[in-house]
Design a protein around this ligand. Sequence first.
Ligand SMILES: Cc1cc2nc3c(=O)[nH]c(=O)nc-3n(C[C@H](O)[C@H](O)[C@H](O)COP(=O)(O)OP(=O)(O)OC[C@H]3O[C@@H](n4cnc5c(N)ncnc54)[C@H](O)[C@@H]3O)c2cc1C
Length: 402
Amino acid sequence: MIGSVVIVGASLAGMNAAHTLRRDGFDGTITVIDADPNTPYDRPPLSKQVLAGVWDVDRIILPAAREDLGIDYRLGRRAMGLDRIDRFVRLDGGERIGYDGLVIATGAAARWLPGAPMLEGVHVLRTLDDCLVLREQLDEQPERVVVIGAGFIGAEVAAVCRGRGIEVTLLEAAAAPLERALGSEMGMVMAGLHRDHGVDLRLGVGVDGLEGTDRVAAVRLSDGSRIEASVVLVGIGVSPNTGWVEGSGLNVDNGIVTDETLAAAPGVVAAGDIARWPSARYGELLRVEHWETAIQMGEAAARRLLADHDETEPVTFDPVPWFWSDQYDVKIQLAGRSGAGDDVEVVIGTTDERRFVALYGRAGRVVGVLGMNRPRHVMQLRSLLTEPTEWAEGLARARKLA
Ligand SMILES: Cc1cc2nc3c(=O)[nH]c(=O)nc-3n(C[C@H](O)[C@H](O)[C@H](O)COP(=O)(O)OP(=O)(O)OC[C@H]3O[C@@H](n4cnc5c(N)ncnc54)[C@H](O)[C@@H]3O)c2cc1C
C-alpha cells in the first residue's frame, strides 16, 4: 500500500503525475518539490509568446497548479540526494522527506558553451527566470543578437527577435538547421524560412569563444570571423538533471533508465525529459524532450505507482513521439522518429509555399511525418506511425489526402 508520494520536479511531468494520482482516487499525501520557486509553469511559451512579450506570465501557469489537489508544495527547494533503502529524499538544508512512492521528474538543464566565461548578456533559455532576463534585454532593442545553435529553441528565439525588429545571426555547426532530426533536405527548408525573414544564418561554423570583460562584446567563430553582439543565446541542447540521484543505485545513463512501465526501482518511477525507457516500437532506449511525451509520461508514471498500490497489472508505455514548434507564421509538427539518413518525400503541398507534409522512411517503413502549416494532415497521418506501415502504402495513403 502507498500512503505517501513524493514528486521531485513540479513541471509538466511531475504536475501531471500529481493530477493523475488525485484523479484516479489516491488520497494519501503528495509532496511536490522543485528548485524553481515560481508557481509551476509551462515552458514552450518561454521561447514564443512570453519572450515576444504578447503573453503575461500568469497565462503559463500549469492547469494542475491552478487546482486544489491537496499538495504539500516545497518550491524553491532542491533535492540533493536519494536514499532508496530508507525511502527518503534529502533536500538542501538537510531535511528528509520520506515516501512510499517516488516520482522522479527533474527534467533537463540547458547546456552551457564549454569553456565559455559567464559574461553578462549571455543567456540560456530553460526557466521562466531565464526568459524574463532575456526578454528584458530584448526590450532594450540590442543592435544584434547572436544565437548559437539552430535547434528548435535557437530557431524560435531567432524568430522572436526578428519579430521584434532585432538583427539576428544564427550559428549552426551542422550543414543545415535541425539536420539530425529532419535531415539535410528539410533542414534547408528551415534555413530558407529564416533567411527569408532576414536572419543572418551561418551554417557549418563552430564557435571558438566569447569576447568581452564584464559584458559580452563579440562571438569568435571557427572560420576566423567575429560577430559583435551585446546579447547571445546559447541553444546547444540540454542535459538530464540526474546529479541528485547519484549513488542511489538507480540506473543513470543519459537520464534515468526505467523498465517499459516507467519503473526505475521498486516504488520509484521516472517521467518526462529525464526518463529513458525501452521502446519496443523503436527497439531502443528512448529519452524524448517533447511536451506531449512529458504529459503522457507523468500520467503513466502515476498509474504505475497506483498499479502497485492496487495490485493491478502495470501498463507498458510506448507512444509515438510528437513535437511542434512555432516560428514566424509557420507551425512545424513532427511525429515519429525521423533521422538524417532517412528517405524523405513531400506528399502534400510544396516546400516553396511552406505548407506541406513530408514522410520519412527507413528500412521500407514510414518512420516520421513532418508538417509545416498542415496540422490537420499531420494529425491524420500520425496513424501511419501507430501501426507499422510499408513505405509505398504510406505514400499512397498520404497522397490521397492531398
Ligand atoms: C523554452 C522551451 C520551449 C519549448 N518548446 C517546446 C515546443 O514547442 N514543443 C514541444 O513539444 N516541447 C517544447 N519544449 C520541451 C518541453 O517543455 C519539455 O519537454 C517539458 O518541459 C519537459 O517536462 P519535464 O517535467 O520532464 O521537465 P522540466 O520541464 O525540465 O522540469 C523539471 C523540473 O525539475 C526541477 N528540478 C530539477 N532538478 C531538481 C532538483 N534536484 N531538485 C528539485 N527540483 C529539481 C526543475 O526546476 C524543473 O522545474 C520546450 C522547452 C523549453 C525549455
